[in-house]
Structure formats: C-alpha cells, structure tokens
Design a protein around this ligand. Sequence first.
Ligand code: NDP
Length: 317
Amino acid sequence: MEYRKVGKWGLKISEVSLGTWLTFGNQLDLKSTREVVRYAVSNGINFIDTAEAYANGIAESMLGMILKEYRREDLVISTKIFWGGDGPNDKGLSRKHLLEGTWNSLKRLQLDYVDILYCHRPDPEVPMEEVVWTMDQIVRSGLAFYWGTSEWSAEEIERAHQVAKELNCIPPVVEQPQYNLIFKDRVEKEYAPLYEKYGMGLTTWSPLASGVLTGKYLEGIPQGSRLDRWPWLKQVMEERGIFGEETTNKIKRLKQIADDLGVTMSQLSIAWCLKNPHVSSVILGVSSLEQLKENIKAVEVKDKITDEIYKELSSLF
Ligand code: NDP
C-alpha cells in the first residue's frame, strides 16, 4: 500500500480508502462492518470516509463504535456536512448548520476531531465569506485538521481560495469528486488548473460507477445489488445511457482487457483511477468483505497497466 500526500499538504493517506455510503448501516450490519474495517486497516488502509447524511447518521455511529479498537493517530477519518435533516437549518453550509452538524457528527463518531471535514456540496444560498470563515474556525478550534469541498465547481473552489486569502483564513486543501472510467471530465479537465495553483488533493468517489464497471449489470439487474435496492440510482444511470448498446459494448471491451491481464474488471477500473497522479486516494465502496478483498488488490494491478493499455482505457468511454 502506498501512502500519498493530500495534494501539497502534509497529511498522508492510503492510496485506496474505505467509504461508508449505502453500505454501513444499510447493507452491512455492525458485525459485518467491523469485519470490513478490520480487514481494511490490517491491510494498510488508514483512511475512512463518512458523512452526516449516510444512513441518516447511522454510518457514523457504527463507525464510532468500531473506531474504539484503534489508536487515533493511526487513522485518518473524514466526514462531510450538508444534509443533516429536514429543518430549515439542518442542511446546507450556513454557519449554524456547519457548526451544529460538525458537533453532532463528532458525537456520533465518538471523536474529538476528524482529520478532514468536507462541505458535501456547494451552497449558493450562503455567502462564501460565511462558509470560509466557519470552516476556518472549525479548523482553528481543532474540530478538524483540514477542510475540503465535495462536488464544487472549479469556479467555486477558486472563489473559496480568493476569500480565504482576503480574510486571512485557512483555505480548502482537498476536493472529493466522482472519478471513474465513465465520469472523468471534471477531474481531468475542469480542475486541471487547480492542482498546481493551490496544491489541491483529491479523494475520489464511485471508482466503479456504483458497480457498473464490475460488469455485474451486463445481463440485467441482479437481485440485492445497488441498482436493485435504490431505484432512483438506477434511473440516474438509465438517463446517462449506461444500459444502452454503446456503453454495454465498451464495458464488454473492459472485460476483455481485464481478462487478458488476468485481473478483475473492478481491480482494473480502480487501478486506472490510481494511475492519475492528482488522486490522493480512491475511496472504495463495498457491500461485503469479499468485494473488499477483491478490490484492494487494485493497488498491485496498477503496475500492470502499460502506457498503451492506459491510453485505451482512458479513451474507452
Ligand atoms: P463504487 O462506485 O465503487 O460502488 C461500490 C458498490 O459497487 C458496492 O457497494 C457494491 O454494490 C458494488 N461493488 C463493489 N465492488 C464490487 C465487486 N468486486 N463485485 C461486484 N460488485 C461490487 O463506490 P461508491 O459509489 O460506493 O463510492 C465509494 C465511497 O465514496 C462511498 O462509500 C462514500 O464514502 C464516497 N462517496 C462520496 C460521495 C460524495 O458526494 N462526496 C458520493 C458517493 C460516494 P452492490 O454489491 O450493492 O451492488
């Protein structure tokens, strides 16, 4: 396992990390969650990502119970604030919700601080000054060591830096975007000027496009799979043409390349993300220990991807 710096900043995180969306507190109960975390940590993963919204806080609570087994210094824990409930002040990036959301997350996690706190989405209703000020306060008061953004546009990230400079506040250091073989433009094109300029790190999500890149949906929707359980997500994929003939043929080609290399489609797809030097960590989502055991081997697969294969994979979708 390689440990990468978060952009130019001092924090080091494992190149693959463990996510908790739709799995912790949904598909995984406490016992299986514990097994997954134990396997992850004992195989070199030091970074675990969660959010106040995941399973309505249950993901954080379960993680909090499990984290007691570990020395705090050995782990990097991140959470994300935006969707904290239904009340008018329970969501978004107001000073009130950022602070209350953070305190509530820390209570559920049973931690004094998280290492990274993300603004889970941009909030056009709140002035950037209010967001930057509050995140600065959160970091300076030790509730989080670093702050970041998730799915912000390049323009919004630029604005945050500008405001941080004007107000002498701590700027965001990391963005958490979607990044996989199918959805890659934001990371590769839109953010391109930001990496050098701000030393921005990336912790990327959905490396398998919610499982699509494992090939599991080539013959229909398996019972109990993510797209079976969450019809709204299936609809999103349908709208993006994931089940059309063109994408299906490309996924079949991905399978051929993986077969030729003697690796699985999920290992190859994750390894492709790892080849991007701007990626600090690829966040894995797993609904079983078996999936984690398979996917974590992607760290060994990245050296099998020659320049030629990388080129073909990058232009496949
Ligand atoms: P993926 O795209 O990798 O999807 C993971 C899902 O794919 C699993 O839950 C499982 O679903 C299926 N899968 C994984 N491995 C295999 C395998 N080897 N064989 C067959 N099926 C497999 O990642 P996620 O979308 O889960 O994202 C990862 C993490 O990123 C999240 O847990 C979360 O922490 C973070 N995230 C952040 C977001 C943000 O807005 N900042 C948004 C989304 C995620 P199943 O078995 O149920 O079919």
